[in-house]
Design a protein around this ligand. Structure first.
Ligand code: GH3
Ligand code: MG
Ligand code: MG
Length: 386
């Protein structure tokens, strides 16, 4: 922009000249004011651009799903001066939701994160055309994107999130200012932001799915040995620092080979799935259950001494032995398990200076040995070692 500065010569003139000078001075002041406003606007725009660039980097660099969602629903409203931001994810079959829940995401903490299983659930929004839509908030059209317990906006921008021309969700921006989003507003900037968010979302979701697959037993959906081994080391470290006991259970189905022979391999798989469900039902959320392979499951009980661990083991044993397993064929099958229990109660004492890996290995060996004894003593029983 060019700014003209008018210099008034130092000269004693007529009253006409004085009027001209007054006019020119007033015009000059007005120009200065305009310039000041433009500079302020430019500085503001520059700051907004810097904040958006920082936001882009934060979104692209998010290390996991929860960090990314936090950036979108908490940081974005601050940097873009919005009153509410929500995110809708298109989740066919509910797989993403299920996996994230299994990985420990507490969705109650994310009221701005919405899941829909198909495009129809997005309502009659023009998302199918893959175009952003902006305008006044309309409860009938937009309520499902801005639930009533969040701020109700006056104007909204609904921006499709696309990956390879496929709709994966929508970014929903809301302002209390009815003039903030109008139908004729340019969409380039918002669409750029949505494309960065879509790429980052796809990326973190793929990573979370991979993590889930690598730590989960595909048949039963409980954790696998890789997860358990990692968790055991963490928990021993924590228990040693905080001074509480841990207990470990080895659970093995009795005569499973015969069960397979009687009800077939599919029937055997049904038994394994149902067994995992029954064991889980007796545990606390903080406990860890893993299938170590075949028909062997291992449980880590947090803050459990020998007495309480043996009570839990006995409850599991009875819950299995007293109720026949219903298979998908409609057939019933009697199942019993043997359980070996070991506890770690002295982590602050003699175990204090041992490497955690050694403690973990000895701990598992003790539980495995107790299981061996339970089998030796006749099966369908619990053996606890101190
Ligand atoms: P014990 O009481 O001594 O534990 O006897 P068992 O028959 O349960 O033990 P054994 O180790 O002899 O047999 C385990 C069987 O588990 C053999 C194998 O075919 C079966 N098995 C291992 N993995 C699976 C699986 O994923 N599905 C099914 N259906 N069977 C499995
Ligand atoms: Mg067995
Ligand atoms: Mg076995």
């Amino acid at each position: 922009m060019t700014v003209f500065t008018k210099t008034i010569p130092d000269y004693q003139g007529t009253s006409q000249d004085s009027a001209l000078i007054r006019d020119l001075t007033a015009e000059n002041e007005q120009l200065r004011e305009t310039l000041k406003n433009l500079l302020e606007q430019a500085t503001h725009n520059h700051q907004v651009m810097r904040r958006h660039q920082a936001f882009d980097l934060q979104v692209v660099g998010a290390s996991g799903f929860t960090e990314l969602i936090g950036s979108i629903v908490q940081t974005l409203p601050l940097i873009a001066e919005l009153d509410v931001v929500t995110l809708t994810l298109l989740d066919h079959g509910g797989d993403i939701h299920r996996v994230l829940q299994n990985l420990g995401v507490d969705f109650n903490c994310y009221p701005n994160l919405l899941f829909v299983e198909n495009e129809a659930e997005l309502g009659n929004l023009p998302l199918a055309s893959h175009q952003a839509s902006m305008g006044l908030f309309n409860a009938q059209q937009h309520r499902q994107l801005f639930p009533a317990d969040l701020t109700t906006p006056a104007s909204v921008a609904i921006v499709p999130l696309l990956r390879n021309k496929r709709l994966i969700g929508s970014l929903n921006l809301g302002s209390r200012d009815p003039a903030r989003f109008t139908a004729n507003l340019g969409t380039d900037f918002i669409e750029h932001m949505a494309s960065i968010i879509a790429i980052s979302l796809e990326n973190v979701i793929s990573n979370e799915l991979l993590k889930y697959i690598s730590l989960t037993d595909p048949l039963t959906g409980v954790h696998n040995r890789r997860f358990f081994d990692r968790r055991l080391l963490e928990e021993i470290g924590r228990a040693r620092r905080q001074g509480y006991p841990l207990a470990c259970m080895y659970i093995d189905i009795d005569f499973f080979k015969q069960i397979n022979d009687t009800v077939g391999h599919q029937g055997g798989d049904d038994v394994l799935r149902e067994l995992a469900t029954r064991i889980k039902a007796e545990l606390r959320l903080s406990d860890a259950l893993a299938r170590f392979g075949g028909e062997e499951f291992v449980v880590l009980l947090i803050d459990a001494n020998s007495t309480s661990a043996c009570m839990v083991a006995e409850r599991i044993r009875l819950g299995i032995a007293n109720q026949p397993f219903k298979l998908r064929t409609g057939r019933y099958c009697d199942v019993t398990v043997s359980i070996g229990v070991a506890t770690l109660c002295d982590l602050g004492g003699t175990e204090r200076n041992k490497p955690i890996e050694t403690i973990a290995q000895n701990f598992l060996e003790l539980a495995d040995h107790a299981l061996y004894e339970a089998k030796e003593y006749g099966r369908n029983r619990v053996v606890c070692t101190k």
